[in-house]
Design a protein around this ligand. Structure first.
Ligand code: SIN
Length: 314
């Protein structure tokens, strides 16, 4: 089942989308949908501070190991009906995480998905790729991806998206994951989550910039744009080749309208904004969309649809 957004731009599940107040700010902005922070079965405080360096040296991006701080799915089930009053699609991001009750990850996804669909969410985005938890992300294991998708697609009727990590330099795994996705009725993939296992150092203090996981965290922002474009493009080509009706939503490195245009040309039909939204807040959607529309008009196009996947070989 398809989910259409207008404008085709929204926040990435990540910064500023945990509390009702933050979600309401997105709902009141020009974003085409509201995407929640990835909700887990148990509420989470997240990883120890400092866990976010919003501005890396040279303006190259942000580094985080937040560890999915969120209110827990039961709270989001209460918030969603209120958020729907703003008339935008509400996309509930869902993740599994270690929890005292010991419920297996697949069961966590299933239970959350069923409850959140009942609460009125318009779509689910299954985050299989958080790089900041103890366990290796499920998205690195094709059998794990299959098990989650089987459990959720069996019970849920609303559109389902899947948030994926970068598979750069692991072509076999890319192929296995992409083939697994073909077996399910999913609406879209969102690629990429932050580039995992990255590190930065504060020269003034000679310390790592974040504390969790010995300083290793996920990189977002301008530095990851070429990685994100590559992932968008190869998933787009793969789905075209296999005639799969799975849309590709581009996430990663968008700080200017031109970056979003590159995502569309690479094959994205929607773009999500993470680091720029962290930096500047909800006005970014209006600014980016105005710039995208201007670029389209100046280049003789009347809609984003006309340029999706239209990149040319050189
Ligand atoms: C986090 O909360 O650790 C970031 C979310 C994600 O990368 O999935």
């Amino acid at each position: 089942m398809e989910i259409k957004l207008y404008p085709p731009i929204t926040n990435a599940s990540g910064p500023h989308c945990v509390t009702y107040e933050e979600l309401e700010r997105i709902a009141r902005s020009a974003a085409g949908a509201v995407v929640t922070k990835s909700m887990t079965h148990c509420p989470r405080q997240g990883n120890p501070e400092p866990r976010l360096r919003a501005h890396l040296d040279g303006g190259i991006g942000s580094l985080n190991s937040m560890g999915l701080p969120n209110l827990g799915y039961q709270e989001y089930a209460k918030l969603i009906p209120k958020l729907k009053g703003f008339g935008k699609p509400i996309i509930a991001s869902i993740a599994s995480a270690p929890c005292a009750h010991g419920l297996p990850p697949v069961e966590q996804y299933r239970e959350i998905a069923v409850t959140i669909e009942r609460a009125g969410a318009d779509a689910l985005e299954l985050n299989l790729s958080c790089p900041n938890l103890e366990d290796v992300p499920i998205a690195m294991d094709p059998q794990g991806v299959r098990a989650v998708l089987q459990a959720v697609t069996r019970e849920v009727k609303i559109p389902i998206g899947v948030k994926l990590p970068p598979y750069n330099n692991t072509p076999k795994l890319f192929e296995e994951i992409a083939r697994t996705l073909l077996d399910f009725e999913i609406s879209y993939i969102a690629t990429i989550n932050s580039e995992p296992l990255t590190l930065d150092i504060d020269l003034a203090t000679r310390t790592k910039v974040i504390r969790p996981n010995e300083g290793f965290g996920g990189l977002g922002g301008p530095a990851v744009l070429p990685i994100a474009l590559a992932e968008v493009h190869r998933f787009y080509k793969f789905f075209q080749k296999h005639r799969a009706k799975i849309a590709v939503w581009g996430v990663g490195g968008i700080t200017r309208p031109e970056d979003a245009i590159k995502h569309f040309l690479a094959g994205a039909s929607v773009v999500q904004i993470g680091t720029l939204f962290l930096w500047e807040g909800p006005t970014v959607f209006e600014k980016l969309w105005a710039g995208i529309e201007q670029w389209l008009a100046e280049n003789g196009f009347s809609s984003v649809e006309e340029i999706i996947g239209a990149v040319r070989e050189i």
